[in-house]
Each structure stands twice: as structure tokens, then as C-alpha cells.
Design a protein around this ligand. Sequence first.
Ligand SMILES: [Mg+2]
Length: 200
Amino acid sequence: MDIVCLDLEGVLVPEIWIAFSEASGIPELKRTTRDEPDYNKLMNWRLSILKEHGLGLKEIQETIARIDPLPGAKEFLDELRSITQVIVISDTFTQFAKPLMKKLGWPTLFCNSLEVAPDGEITGFKMRIENSKLSTVKALQSVGFETIAAGDSYNDLDMIRAGKAGFLFRSTEQIKKDNPDLPAFEEFDEFLSAIKQVLG
Ligand SMILES: [Mg+2]
């Protein structure tokens, strides 16, 4: 039995922190793991910026609700979910992704969670597991699934390579160049056709 595992940011929705930085008018939040490779440090810094701006979960979700999925993503996902099982696997947080999941028709999302105080202040975060994308794909395989995975970034490569088939979608020139054996797509229709071909 097949299951498709998709990355979220860059594939179905824009990079959430970059879009959020623009929607909220807080340019500091554009800082990513490219600028601060220590993810815990980066997240704690982001949470302190949110606190400084008086942004609790409610305000953040209202801002994220102004961000839209990438054009064509919802239609792609609807059709894919009508023919096979799909899980979106992301390093983001359920509460941040929620407004975008609503716009995508509530697909299954495996990601991380924020710790939120009763007054809405975000006090911390909890990562679900190490190497969440590869760990999840391996766990699915251990219960009888064959995985087909796709993503745009370095942290997707392990899950892409671990399964029966894997694709790059809207990746960078460098990643495509470094992984010439991985089929790479830019448009949802050709991406969907490739997945359908693997599904048979
Ligand atoms: Mg991505």
C-alpha cells in the first residue's frame, strides 16, 4: 500500500516565517537557519521577538490567516487525496500551520507543537522527534506502507531517498544539481502525473 509524504513549506504553502514577517511587518523574523544554524536558538529568538511585539497565538494565527497556499496547491492536494493517502510532514508547528491547513481542506499534518499559556502567550515549543521526516517515513514503512516523498529542501532529501520513489518540487538550482538522479518538477500538473505514474 502506498502513501505520499509531502513537505509543506515551499511545496504547498510559502515559507511561513518569511510570509509571516511580511504579513506582520516584522522584518527581523526573516532570519532563518541559514543565518542561525542552531534551530533551538533561532526559535527561542523568534519567540522573544513575538513577545516583544505583544503577539500571542491568536494574533499570530490571524496574521497567518492572511497568507495563502501556493496557487494550485489545494487543487493538486485534493486530486492526490482522492487517489491515495497523503501525509504532510513539516518542521513547523501545528498552531502556525492551522490557518493554512484550513485553506488546504485539512490534510493530515505531522509536525511539531507550541507550548501556549492560558492567556495565549507562546512560552515554548516541542519538537516531536529527531529527524522527523526520515523517522516518520521509516515508521510508516514499518507498518506496511511504501512511501513516495517530495520536498524542496536539504532536510527533505533523506525521506525522498528512503522510499519507493521521491521527487524534488520547486527546489533550488544547487539541490537539483547535487541530486541529478532525483526527478525535479516546477508545476503541479507534471508533479501529479509523476506521482500517478508511480502509483500505477
Ligand atoms: Mg520546504
